[in-house]
Write a protein that binds this ligand. Sequence first.
Ligand code: SF4
Length: 432
Amino acid sequence: MVRVARVAPGSIAADLMIAPGTELHSVSGRPVDDFLDWEFLTADDAFEVEATLPHGESVVFDIERSEGDSLGIELEPPTVRRCANRCEFCFVEGLPKGLRKPLYIRDDDYRLSFAYGNFATLSNLKQRDIDRILEYRLSPLYVSVHATPWEARKVLLNNPRVPNVIEQLRMLATGGIQFHCQMVIVPGLNDGDVLEQSCRDLWNLNEAVRSVALVPVGLTQFSHLYTGRSMDAAAAAALLDVAERWGERARGERDATWIFGSDELYLLAGRELPPAEFYGDFEQVENGVGAVASLRSRVRDGLSRLARLDGKRIGVVTGPSMAPLMPPLIAQIADATGAVFEVIEATNSLFGSTTTAAGLLVGADILRALTSRSDLDLALIPAETINESGLFLDDMTLEAVRAASTVPIEPSYDFVDVIGAAESFPEVVESR
Ligand code: SF4
């Protein structure tokens, strides 16, 4: 059963008097267990829905709709499938205590992998899940492979009961499912021969594996389970060598790079990041693969849209890993707008100074970085630091941070998104 959270006004559901709280039990005789069943079973033009209205009345709706007409039903969020592994490098295990509860949920859910691109290990799949993946053709899936040799993967996931991932992928591939894979690399565990074998196994799945990302193990000062080595420049360079060798083969034989090192590996190794063309459709950009190249190209493409802001002073708050990459980018925006930009590097007070990613800065870090900066007309902060409810990881709200700051603050993904709409910031425009 799934429950209705919201009904769009004027929609088919509203016409049928379906209200928030209505329980949806089955579609055309097939039980509805979650949003996947609902989405796929209601994809037809005509179907029957067995439901219980909020006041307890059982009803059967006969629904017919024209192609493209939305039912107008938003379901309550699904219960997330929890992870049964205990990876030493798990990001959740590296969180400090005292944050809001949802941040500690270790999800490992193939449904969210399909719907939102969350990575899943597939280690908790039951036969019914496999049947659904194949029946609903849930493709592509985002899979945390880490290593294909079975014993190595058991160690990495810290779970002796994980299934053999290459057999799982092969079986799903036979049913037409494709994958974007990631390997979080722990030096000494899944680099070297294990990585080589993993690349070979994934390559041999042919077009079923659309991309592979190599990501360095990410640790914070709270990663209490981790007993391994951290990633250094030499280890990062060795991984990039592997990615570049396989990537060259892939470009030659398959006309696409196929395997990528994450941006962080390039930064750690001190190597130049590849240009945007290298990343094709940026299929793993959310995983930090090509994020800088994507940012560079979005800035380049947005320059012609920017308003003049001559003489304005704009601060760009970022983390230590991105700060050195900023000057050439913001110089282009400064040229196009006449504004004076300044990179403001903020350190992470929640995870510690070894955590350098801009997206993990918290509200308190932003405020500290902007203390006594009333000389600025505007401060841009990384939009990734805030969730859809406007909360930073330290539970401060964007509104609270704005209220406590002497500088107008705008979250921004790529600078041009905000600067291109500068007319909407009267504080900046009025005094022009
Ligand atoms: S698979 Fe590993 S890293 Fe992912 S949530 Fe589970 S324990 Fe954490």
